[in-house]
Design a protein. Structure first.
Length: 347
């Protein structure tokens, strides 16, 4: 979900975790429902707190620790520390100094809120660091997207949940408060944006040689398809060059009289569709833009199931399970089909 918040904020600051922390603090401060959702989540994890009170962001402690959020109970006792993260590493104070800060005399919680895909890697790390510091981390439990484990028999509990689980629960309970619901949706959009751009933990299968061979073959597919479409008269490359791009590799072409870029685009592949090949159309407004736009919109829906994007970018769908000549023919046919949409009278 792309929201105004997720689109604009990253243009003005790189401190996106701080933005998320302050936003979550605002939501918890202003919304009784949001605090009740957090209270219910703590209960599921094994800690009962009658009511949550004041919420503070980044309050410093005696050891120099600065947890992202501190939540007190109705009597002013600090009961919950929340560390809200995207993909930043744990600091030297995390989790040990935070555990030392929490009282053993009342049930308390150190909760990490992270992207879903980080839960499996961060939880073992947090538990290991706690054990290395002399804490006894008892067997953990997992319920509804929440992991929880006691630290010593009378100490605080460690908990871990995801941004999605926390914000979705808050959103579901906030339908009667449209202002707060909008705030939650803005923060959820930012967290989803951070998830989509994250450097995810590497997996062994990602280094398989066939992946490298495939990526090496794709520029050749673009070149071969360009040459064949040029032989058919639909494409011209006069005074237009092959182009190395930060997002991949591409060719500038004229397709049925329209300037276009035919490329491998990692950004669009990651965000828009299941194909590495894309076609960008540039100077459609030099022709009959409205008529061409209507025809291209119809074509996009029929061939890809998606609407034509505002930036006039079309995915080129590749057949799977086929040999090279069949794949090449399919790409060329797509170029020719788009050419016919632009100019029904032919090249």
């Amino acid at each position: 979900m792309t929201t105004l918040f997720s689109r604009v904020i990253p243009k003005f600051t790189t401190r996106l975790e701080d933005v998320a922390v302050e936003s979550l603090g605002h939501i918890l401060t202003e919304s009784n429902v949001a605090r009740e959702v957090l209270q219910q989540m703590l209960s599921v994890g094994g800690v009962e707190i009658a009511a949550l009170g004041e919420v503070r962001t980044q309050p410093s402690g005696e050891r120099g620790e600065r947890p992202d959020l501190s939540v007190e109970d109705a009597h002013g006792t600090e009961r919950v520390l929340i560390e809200a993260k995207f993909w930043a590493a744990l600091t030297d104070n995390q989790p040990v100094s935070y555990l030392k800060r929490l009282s053993d005399s009342v049930p308390s919680v150190l909760m990490f809120v992270v992207p879903v895909l980080r839960m499996e890697t961060l939880w073992p790390e947090v538990c290991r660091l706690s054990r290395d510091a002399g804490y006894s981390v008892l067997p953990d439990s997992e319920t509804g997207g929440l992991r929880s484990a006691a630290v010593n028999e009378s100490g605080p509990r460690l908990m871990l949940t995801s941004w999605a689980a926390l914000l979705n629960a808050m959103s579901a309970q906030s339908s009667g408060d449209p202002v707060m619901l909008a705030d939650i949706q803005q923060l959820r959009g930012l967290t989803e944006q951070m998830d989509s751009e994250a450097f995810l933990p590497l997996r062994p299968e990602e280094f398989a040689p066939w992946i490298a061979r495939r990526m090496r073959q794709l520029p050749g597919l673009i070149d071969d398809a360009t040459d064949r479409a040029r032989e058919l008269g639909w494409v011209s490359t006069e005074r237009l060059a092959r182009t190395p791009l930060t997002s991949g590799y591409g060719r500038y072409i004229r397709l049925a009289g329209v300037y276009a870029r035919f490329d491998i685009n990692f950004d669009h592949w990651a965000e828009r569709g299941d194909t590495p090949l894309w076609l960008w159309l540039y100077n459609v407004n030099d022709l009959d833009e409205e008529a061409i736009g209507d025809r291209l919109s119809t074509y996009a829906l029929e061939k890809t199931g998606a609407e034509l994007s505002e930036d006039w970018v079309l995915p080129i769908i590749l057949p799977t399970g086929e040999e090279y000549e069949t794949v090449l023919r399919a790409v060329v046919n797509t170029l020719v089909d788009v050419g016919r949409v632009i100019n029904p009278d032919g090249p």
